[in-house]
Ligand binder design. Structure first.
Ligand code: HEC
Ligand code: HEC
Ligand code: HEC
Ligand code: HEC
Ligand code: HEC
Ligand code: HEC
Ligand code: HEC
Ligand code: HEC
Ligand code: HEC
Ligand code: HEC
Length: 405
């Protein structure tokens, strides 16, 4: 912190900042030159010794995916910049950047949060700040009406104070945007919110093209930047309407899709995996909820015979993650699905596994409640402890005895 030189305003501790800084360089030099004239003739300014916490509110509830938030303080005296401390439970936080502008120092911190209550002290003056962090992965459980809720911020984060440096009017020169039919590309949010796209491999098109306001808009009545309340899907279907209508019409809908919690799987901005998923959508994502199926993906499956297809193609080889015509969101009725790959049995109605044995029928004696008799009546489609993933041991006719005594 004490690297700040006296006669030059500087940003420290950040790689990212260099470009933005360059764009302000000319302005800054002029401003600084004029200022130094004023300062040297007029002495110390009227608001000497002031430290103002510009963000966050001292009691905030932050709903976000990323477990972090920013503190920005305005400090009018160099000696206070050197003394300024932001302390969290795990110790002192180092500033991200200190930028001097118009006689004031703007000190930025990026602070990690842990779920639940987070306590901070800013000193001087010993200001206590409490932030309750709630990890977010769908809009469904957000109480937008609670007054302490930080999500989506007040207009005053875009106050003129911040705009001295944060350009909300032009897209950075090195950033390419394409126009989309959902509104105008706008740089208003990017300068402060670069981090939502940093390090992502797959980016949602309206986000990458800076159409933030297609989903977040300034609510003039309450003075908040907001996002649709309620179901994620009502937001998603504004643009993915054809998909939404198609899924609505299908008889078998995956429960989270039916509930409209799209963002529980898809990051609305961008993420590590294709389709902006936060885990590999082929299988890892599925077993994050279907924990009983996690063993199917393990290196050591402990005597379990796993269906060979799961390793390469995952769960989505058979199940649609959203909805389908068939029970369990299978792409096709079971026997058709199986024989689509096991073509030697395609069209076969009798003769497997023993001469004359049917492979389909109206009743499954093993599980009457599940109705029809099909390939999955004898083979567990995921895996089992028995050879050929059978529902019982073929040796000694145990598997046959499940249905015939
Ligand atoms: C004196 C100039 C200045 C002022 C005033 C200023 N900032 Fe910044 N801010 C910067 C610079 C420079 C960066 C680094 C930019 C970059 O990432 O390239 C930055 C970065 C940020 C970041 C992103 C940090 C990150 O993780 O990438 C946030 C958020 C932010 N500022 C918020 C604010 C808010 C809110 C205000 C007003 C309360 C504000 N800033 C006022 C100069 C300023
Ligand atoms: C001057 C900087 C600045 C600008 C410009 C800005 N924001 Fe923010 N925004 C912040 C800060 C600081 C936070 C608090 C969370 C953080 O530190 O990342 C925040 C929080 C948010 C949040 C909620 C995140 C949470 O933690 O609850 C949303 C959503 C958001 N901003 C959207 C926008 C949108 C949309 C725009 C453009 C219309 C915008 N912001 C412009 C600084 C800015
Ligand atoms: C397709 C709609 C959509 C677009 C476009 C979009 N957002 Fe969001 N944003 C959301 C939703 C939904 C949430 C809250 C739920 C979530 O994160 O899953 C959110 C949350 C946020 C948050 C909260 C922080 C966090 O970590 O969750 C910030 C900040 C934010 N958006 C900024 C932006 C910015 C900046 C842009 C433009 C570059 C943008 N958003 C574009 C839908 C969108
Ligand atoms: C403002 C319009 C808009 C909104 C709102 C929107 N999207 Fe998109 N989305 C697009 C566009 C444009 C594309 C890129 C074109 C395409 O592939 O359809 C896209 C692409 C996608 C893709 C990748 C598709 C592919 O084939 O690669 C996914 C996944 C996605 N969106 C999910 C969502 C989810 C989930 C939501 C709600 C949180 C949402 N979208 C809301 C416009 C939108
Ligand atoms: C259970 C997790 C999950 C949920 C919930 C979910 N998706 Fe998906 N979505 C996926 C996976 C996995 C894929 C990739 C499919 C593939 O690999 O074939 C995908 C692909 C997509 C695609 C691109 C491929 C396509 O089918 O066009 C879009 C668009 C999309 N999802 C939108 C949505 C919307 C809108 C919602 C909410 C109604 C939603 N998703 C809910 C997991 C999910
Ligand atoms: C966010 C949690 C979540 C994720 C991620 C998830 N599911 Fe589900 N899934 C559920 C819930 C909740 C149900 C309904 C309760 C149940 O049957 O366990 C369900 C039900 C199912 C069913 C049974 C449907 C029925 O009719 O009985 C299948 C099959 C399924 N999911 C497959 C998948 C696949 C494949 C994936 C990965 C693409 C996946 N799930 C990812 C939450 C999830
Ligand atoms: C070879 C096709 C296939 C693959 C691959 C597959 N499933 Fe299934 N799955 C099925 C069939 C068929 C059923 C219906 C089973 C029945 O009738 O007993 C089913 C049923 C389910 C069910 C509901 C009944 C139950 O067993 O809990 C869930 C949940 C499920 N699958 C999740 C998954 C997950 C998670 C994966 C990936 C790890 C996966 N499936 C991979 C074919 C498959
Ligand atoms: C998307 C393609 C695909 C689908 C659909 C599929 N399988 Fe498979 N199946 C495979 C692959 C690949 C293997 C591994 C073959 C190997 O190891 O040589 C396999 C292996 C098997 C085996 C073990 C074969 C052996 O020699 O050990 C059985 C039994 C089996 N599948 C039954 C089924 C049943 C029943 C269904 C329907 C519920 C089904 N399969 C659906 C691709 C598929
Ligand atoms: C009545 C129980 C039963 C039904 C129904 C059944 N199988 Fe089998 N399946 C077996 C048994 C037992 C074996 C063990 C090896 C053998 O005797 O051929 C087997 C073996 C297999 C094999 C591996 C050996 C081979 O022949 O390549 C595959 C693949 C297979 N079955 C697929 C299917 C498919 C696909 C269906 C549905 C069209 C189906 N099975 C229906 C009991 C059944
Ligand atoms: C999941 C239940 C199930 C299993 C396991 C099963 N079967 Fe069957 N089997 C049936 C059904 C259903 C039928 C047709 C209706 C009936 O006759 O009861 C049938 C019919 C038969 C028939 C009469 C075929 C005909 O020509 O009419 C024989 C023989 C037979 N099974 C032998 C076996 C043998 C041997 C095994 C072990 C390899 C076996 N079954 C495993 C359900 C099963």
């Amino acid at each position: 912190m004490n690297q700040l030189s006296n006669d030059e305003s500087e940003i420290m501790g950040m790689g990212l900042c260099a470009k933005l800084w360059q764009r302000f360089f000319c302005v800054r030099v002029c401003v600084f030159f004029c200022l130094s004239l004023i300062v040297s003739s007029a002495g110390s300014s009227a608001n000497a010794g002031e430290i103002t916490l510009l963000t966050p509110k001292i009691k905030s509830v932050v709903y976000a995916r990323a477990p972090s938030t920013h503190f920005v303080l305005k400090v009018s005296e160099k000696k206070d910049v050197d003394r300024l401390e932001l302390v969290s439970k795990s110790g002192k936080v180092s500033p991200l950047a200190i930028i001097k502008k118009n006689k004031n120092f703007f000190v930025h911190f990026s602070v990690p949060l842990t779920p639940g209550m987070n306590h901070f002290t800013v000193s001087p003056p010993g200001q206590k700040v409490t932030i309750e962090y709630k990890p977010l992965r769908t809009l469904l459980n957000v109480n937008f009406d609670a007054s302490s809720v930080y999500l989506y911020h007040r207009r005053d984060l875009m106050q003129p104070e911040c705009r001295q440096c944060h350009d909300v009017n032009s897209v950075p020169d090195d950033y390419i945007v394409h126009s989309l039919p959902y509104g105008d590309n706008s740089p208003a949010c990017y300068s402060c919110h670069k981090a939502i796209l940093a390090g992502t491999n797959w980016q949602h098109s309206p986000v990458a093209n800076l159409l933030c306001e297609a989903c977040h808009h300034q609510d003039e009545k309450i003075g908040l930047i907001s996002v649709a309340k309620g179901k994620d899907s009502s937001l998603c279907y504004r643009c993915h309407l054809v998909k939404g209508k198609a899924w609505d019409r299908l008889p078998y809908v995956h429960q989270p899709v039916g509930f409209g919690v799209c963002a529980i799987c898809h990051n609305p901005h961008g993420d590590t995996y294709r389709y902006q998923l936060w885990a590999d959508g082929k299988a890892d994502l599925c077993v994050s909820c279907h924990v009983d199926k996690e063993i199917l993906l393990a290196k050591d499956t402990k005597g379990l015979i796993v269906h060979g297809i799961i390793k390469g193609s995952g769960c989505v080889a058979c199940h649609d993650p959203h909805a389908s015509e068939n029970p369990f969101m299978l792409y096709k009725p079971i026997n058709e699905l199986c024989t689509g790959c096991h073509t030697e049995l395609a069209g076969v109605t009798k003769g497997h596994p023993v001469g004359g044995h049917p492979v389909s029928g109206p009743h499954n004696p093993l599980r009457p409640e599940r109705g029809e008799f099909n390939c999955a009546s004898c083979h567990n489609p995921h895996g089992s402890r028995y050879a050929y993933m059978l529902v019982g041991d073929i040796l000694g006719g145990h598997v046959c005895a499940q249905c015939h005594n």
